[in-house]
Design a protein around this ligand. Sequence first.
Ligand code: NAP
Length: 276
Amino acid sequence: METLIMRGKAVAELLEKEMTEKIENAKKNGKEVCLAVVTVGEDEPSHVYKNRLIKIAERMGAKTKVVELPKETKQEEVEAVIEELNNDLAITGILPMMPMPKHINGDAVGAKVDRNKDVDCLNPLNAGELYMGKSRWAPCTPRACMATLKHYGIELSGKHVVVVGRSNVVGKPVALLLLQENATVTICHSRTENLQELIKTADVVVAAVGRANFVTSDMVKEGVVIVDVGINFENGKLVGDVSADVSEKASAFTPVPGGIGVVSNVMVMDLLARNL
Ligand code: NAP
């Protein structure tokens, strides 16, 4: 059995091409897109991610605005910045970078984002529509998972998908998107009692745990499809939530690095391009 490596680059390049064309065409009609990224404090990964997103947005022909607030900024001040961006007609997408410093309620900041500029689906109205199966909208990483599975022709209808992780940003929304594609979805988390047995029955495993090499070869069935969302650093090396030897049993898998993360970065521009 030949194993399919579902590389993110091929998916990201296609998406980027489509979005760039849309953005460039809209410009000819006098319409511009502008992504605003808001950071609070000095969380290093957030700043690395922000710089990467700005580069991608500009490569696609979009304008960008970065608002960097000091770590002692108060809740109401952060929310006021979001309001200002909501009311600024030149801004078409807003991304407050998470996590925010401990004294800031990130959920409350996300709830302030205008639902039409809500790049990462932080506004509860958008999340609610997703729950109702009505939304074409979802956070970036779950959409990246779905776009990757679609690109590589993975059949989901009627398949048993085990999602490991139930965060609001990955696990829960990806489970809802999978359900929309008629998969039978099991969501697992840190209190799941029979995790190993459940994973063993999965046709597709989506790992969003945040633990290096959490899913091991003995836990999966032969021919499984693996979507590895994890980003972990182990001995200075970037590794996923799924151990490398699982690829020997898998029929298809997303590598780390070079898998979902690459697609996820491009997805940040998706709402802006769709709204044109
Ligand atoms: P998170 O908020 O920390 O959620 C982790 C989830 O895993 C929780 O639901 C937790 O269960 C569950 N979990 C933890 N230990 C477990 C265990 N021993 N057994 C079963 N479940 C367990 O993380 P996240 O934000 O969803 O991110 C997950 C991973 O994806 C991280 O590595 C993150 O860096 C990565 N990520 C990647 C991208 C990308 O673009 N590729 C984007 C976002 C995140 P409880 O709910 O019970 O605590």
